[in-house]
Write a protein that binds this ligand. Sequence first.
Ligand SMILES: *Cc1c(COP(=O)(O)O)cnc(C)c1O
Length: 400
Amino acid sequence: MIEAVSIPHIVPLEQILPDEPLLMMGAGPVPIPQRVAAANSIVINHLGETMNKVIGQVQEMGRYVFQTNSPYVMGVSGPGSAAMEMAVANLVHEGDRVLCICNGYFSRRMAEMVGRVRGEPVLLEAGSNESASVEQVEAALRNGRFDAITMVQGETSNTVCNRSLDRIARLAKEHGCLVIVDAVCTLSTMPLEMDNWQIDAVITGGQKGLSSIPGVSLLAFSEHAWQKKIAKRTALPFHWCLDAQLADKFWNQKSYHYTAPVSGILALHEALRLVCSESLPQRFRRHLQCSEALQAGIEAMGLELLVPKQHRLNSVVGIVTPEQVSADAVRAHMSRVHKVEISGAFGLNILRIGQMGEQSRAHNLFRTLHALGSSMQSAGARLDLPAGMAELERALSHAA
Ligand SMILES: *Cc1c(COP(=O)(O)O)cnc(C)c1O
């Protein structure tokens, strides 16, 4: 006889969560606006008039943010990686050869997904801490036959930006490839023009540039990709939940696929509405000015940025941890004393500060830069904190 499982001893959330929420300045999730939080607390029916209006507007706003006229803008219940998997699982068929341009951790994840759906990934490694170059991709496309390419716009893991994304996408198109782009961290923080650059799938998550909640993501398929790979497919994709034809029933045909994450979609609606009311050009400007001011402040303090300017991502800033300083000690001190959280990195001795959505606000920059400098000093670094703060102030007022 097996004993019944007894009631566990559980401490309430208020004893687990910090008294004062930490300011989330890492590589995501990022702080969410009050309206997004409020929308996230509502549950409505996942089918019916109200929901139809909501998803119609989410798609319309999605088309603006992705800069596409495609009808195939869809949400997915799951992390950015689920959107990535949905793009790959529907556009890469068994035996397809895919050129996977790799800059780091997340671009390699796409290559792994290609393999799992029985595609054939061919990895093209960009230089260490460098953007992929057009010449390098052109050589690879000339030397092999490929059905698709995958690439990341901003590689969050090591803060590299693929600056030539537009040229590489058009080039891949000329070679007859579908173009799959991960814009999880960058969407709405810097320009991306899906139709104009001839991209076939753009993937994003909620908790980064869009400043929504984690767990509900958005992606778009081009009309071309839909007709070529989804409408005319001869085999079913492996994943039922991620089947784009089934998802289309919900997103375009007002019927049931699975119960949509209604609260998260309402949150995403509000996050997108805030993007629209700010407008993309203004939002790009805000992100650029804030990130560049932060970078200037970090350097003026005497710290070094990981990636040279021409390859550098602005949406997440990577800082080299000085020798003899522990990145973990700096982060722990920032959380405990300053209530600011930033990220370490997967295996690299760097610290990363996000500049996505609500993170790119002047008041958050001052608090974060001060917390960083002061915690670095307490971890043994020698640097000029006042010079960094003064430079941040100068850069921000100069931009304004
Ligand atoms: C965060 C991130 C992902 C993964 O998103 P999850 O929501 O953690 O699955 C993928 N790509 C990039 C570029 C990211 O920044």
